[in-house]
Design a protein around this ligand. Sequence first.
Ligand SMILES: [Zn+2]
Length: 440
Amino acid sequence: MKKLLFVLFLGTVSLQAQVKALVGGTLIDGYGSTPIQNSVIIIEGDKIKTVGTIDTVKIPAGAEVISTEGMSVLPGLWDMHVHTMINGHADYAYWDKTYLPLLENTIMPSSAEQLLMAGVTSARDLGAPLEESISVRDRINKGEIPGATLYVSGPFIQKKPYPGTEAFRWGINGVDDARKKVKRLADAGVDCIKLIDQDQMTEAELQAVVDEAHKHNLKVVAHGHRPMEIISGLKAGADCFEHTGLSSAPRYPDNVMDAIRSRTAQMNLGPLFWCPTVEGLYNYEYVRDNGEHLDNDSWHRGLHDTIVTDIKNSFIHKDRLPYFQLTPARKPTLETKIKQLIDAGVVLMIGTDSGIPMKFHSQSTWNELDVWVNEFGIDPMYAIRGATYWPSLWMGVADEVGTVTEGKFADIIAVKGDVLRHISLLQNVDIVIKHGKQYK
Ligand SMILES: [Zn+2]
């Protein structure tokens, strides 16, 4: 009996310790309507129990009260295009050769943790070796290591891997091979399929990739760099496109826009999603000519000093990087292309390509939001929805995350000030909670 009482007592204590109350801030819940002032969010364990205001919600006795007074409170952000296997190093060939053995236990976990500390509680990781991707994702989900919840594609599916990239780029040759490779990814448990260079595949190969993915309930994320990548990807039924693409061409030509518009016109297919990934390109010249933020050590988290030094040394000459050779010519085309997509009825999502040269997981996502809102004049609520609600819907987990709603996982961030007025405040998130656990 004594023992039983002791157990009951312990049970009560731990239950009480699990209750958190976020009190006072302005809640932007992710659905897009008017923010809720003086909000109260009750978190029980890993889930959101109640959402309301200080007038409507009674704070349970014993709850840990976290003041969000003066803050914007939002769903944890999503970044729908990250590369956890890279971290800003400017020489990919060298990086792949040197760091492949360190991906699973150092590089990818550090990227995932950097995302989390930046307020990104969920991310779609598009292109990395298969076993490493699954292992890192699962260890995060089990709570063994800290990090954003990852939705992984594993290796890119493409016509032919570039030399030296076979560990994370799978070539396909023929319809049977295409089906076999996609099935292997599905059986291993990936969350989506990343397709690139699909304009180099035969129509039948491309269709086989998409159909096999859909057969396994996996969506297909396709590169949209070249006109025929977009047109053939749309025809085959790809579910999301990446990048604004088309290099320095000033705008999407009519045939591409016609294909996009005839897709967005079909309501039964659901929205056409697109991650324009503009900030890396848009901010290149600024980073090249200023770049003080490169000295911000937020991107060192989880990396040995030798790796940090190695990455830093790769961009000593920021103006000479081949990766950005044509970027100044592409920059003026980005706004036009993004507006063409919006006008055609595409749903844009926040994705950054974080990990590309000089672009770190700790600093990319807020920059994408900032460019959309402050450079292109996109409504901040639209941008926030593109980083919360829409991504969760695309991933098929909208009933679990993506908005601050009763019953969903408590993935919540808070930042001092009004993010709808000053979106760049998101560069310094004050509170990060993922699945009820406070990380920052
Ligand atoms: Zn990418």
